[in-house]
Design a protein around this ligand. Structure first.
Ligand SMILES: Cc1cc2nc3c(=O)[nH]c(=O)nc-3n(C[C@H](O)[C@H](O)[C@H](O)COP(=O)(O)OP(=O)(O)OC[C@H]3O[C@@H](n4cnc5c(N)ncnc54)[C@H](O)[C@@H]3O)c2cc1C
Ligand code: HEM
Length: 411
């Protein structure tokens, strides 16, 4: 192993970043049926943590670079778990850490997010023993850059916070290990180019892949090792176990370009676990209002199939938006579904007719509906605002950016 960089202060914390230390005395960290709990001290710690965050916000880029430099110099064996090119996405790990630290006092949201993140880390090959290394690099980067606010008390707060965060991730991964593989291999069984840049890709996973309509997967192609991207399932779970995705090749897009222009039957991809909370609540019979922009129609189609399978006959209105008529690549399927199910109405909105969220508001009333939005982030954000504006309460609006904790993505 290489020598650590000169900032030795951080190395001293190695022994304090220990899984398990986040629990109050007397608590059973892995007791049967016990939910991980964020302790009362979290609120006081959150104040100190936020103070550090305010200080480093203007120099976040430097902190990120230094964090990775420390991590890889001290633990060169970890480098190969990360993508070869640490591009613009490289700040995701640190950003999530910092955002999670900031939200320590919002326990239920944070816990669900971190459990999902911990399960998802199994596909990277992350082990419990790797967490202290990341924690030390974090503290090392903060010691170096948060010089104005750093003191013993702040440091203790960060160590406790990181320990709590990592323990939730570690526990969720360990529990998941009992029932699910770290990843699935999936063979491309068909590839249907619907427009010059949209393909419907059908996959056969190597073992059963349990998911709910409306959820998405993470996917790695053989052409871009260790580069993972999210794709929504375009159908509810099928009896034959096949999975289908709608992929749009974005300009210069690494993974989407490969999936649309290169993937062929016989190619084998890797899938991470299913994620996402844009699923149908079958405990109610309220109607659904669905907005799908571009390939965002994929999970909406899955939701329609899900409602049909439950035989609920709940009214469902789907607004399908795209730039031009010819971009509505799945309109035939949607119209066929509309013909089959009298409770389903499909409306199309192209750019000439205006923006999708505004178009939806011309119809209605929608205030009794559960709303589902999927598509480009801008559309989802405007859609959430528009639907709140016509009286749908926030808790009845679901979209696939919900599971991202970053403040910018929560709409
Ligand atoms: C929850 C979730 C579900 C998703 N489901 C789907 C899905 O079902 N189908 C699907 O096709 N995509 C979906 N995406 C988007 C997908 O995960 C990738 O972001 C997308 O395929 C681009 O990845 P890439 O590697 O090809 O592009 P990158 O290499 O990441 O990006 C290349 C360039 O394109 C830009 N870019 C990235 N995205 C877009 C965009 N949408 N339009 C224009 N420029 C862009 C980037 O800023 C960059 O400059 C989903 C995303 C999320 C978060
Ligand atoms: C509390 C600790 C950690 C947090 C909050 C965290 C958070 C994140 C987040 C948000 C991502 C972005 C992709 C995703 O959502 O999966 C990510 C990616 C990743 N993490 Fe972690 N992580 C932590 C610890 C670790 C550890 C201990 C390892 C193992 C060394 C690790 C390895 C990776 C790898 C390899 C990636 C993929 C990198 C990429 O796609 O650019 N993480 N992490």
């Amino acid at each position: 192993m290489m020598d650590a960089p000169t900032t030795t202060t951080a190395a001293e914390h190695a022994d304090r970043i220990e899984p398990g230390a986040a629990y109050e005395p007397g608590e059973e960290p892995d007791g049967e049926g016990k939910e991980p709990r964020i302790t009362g001290r979290a609120s006081a710690d959150a104040l100190l943590v936020r103070r550090t965050l305010t200080e480093i916000a203007p120099i976040a880029d430097k902190v990120t670079s230094y964090f990775y430099a420390l991590l890889f110099v001290r633990n060169p064996e970890l480098r190969e778990m990360f993508p070869a090119a640490m591009d613009t996405q490289r700040d995701r790990l640190l950003k999530a850490l910092l955002t999670a630290a900031e939200h320590m006092d919002d326990a239920p949201v944070l816990t669900a997010y971190l459990q999902n993140l911990g399960r998802g880390h199994r596909k990277y090959g992350t082990q419990a023993a790797h967490y202290p290394a990341v924690g030390e690099a974090l503290i090392g980067a903060l010691v170096r850059y948060a010089t104005g606010t750093w003191d013993e008390e702040t440091e203790a707060a960060w160590v406790r916070t990181y320990t709590t965060i990592s323990q939730i991730m570690i526990d969720a991964a360990a529990e998941n290990e009992q029932t699910a593989p770290a990843w699935w291999h999936a063979e491309v069984v068909s590839h249907d180019l619907r427009t010059p840049d949209v393909a419907v890709v059908t996959l056969r996973p190597d073992q059963p892949y349990p998911f709910l309509a409306g959820q998405y997967t993470t996917l790695e192609t053989p052409w871009w090792p260790r580069i993972w991207r999210h794709y929504s399932f375009a159908s509810a779970p099928r009896p034959d176990g096949l999975l289908s995705l709608h992929v749009k090749a974005v300009p210069a897009g690494w993974v989407s370009g490969a999936l649309v222009h290169r993937a062929r039957p016989g190619d084998v991809l890797r899938l991470g676990p299913p994620a996402g909370s844009m699923t149908v609540d079958h405990a109610t019979d309220s109607g659904l209002l669905c907005l799908g922009g571009g390939t965002g129609i994929a999970p909406i189609k899955a939701l329609v199939e899900d409602v049909a399978e439950h035989g609920d006959r709940r009214p469902v209105d789907v607004f399908y938006g795209a730039r031009h008529d010819h971009d509505l690549y799945d309109i035939d399927t949607m119209l066929r579904l509309q013909k089959t199910f009298p409770w389903l109405s499909v409306h199309t909105v192209t750019e000439e007719q205006g923006r999708l969220p505004e178009a939806v508001c011309r119809y209605g009333p929608w205030n009794e509906r559960d709303a589902y939005l999927s598509g480009p982030l801008g559309m989802v954000r405007r859609g959430v605002d528009a639907l709140r504006g016509v009286g749908i309460p926030s808790e009845r609006i679901r979209h696939d950016f919900l599971t991202e904790l970053a403040p910018a993505a929560t709409g």
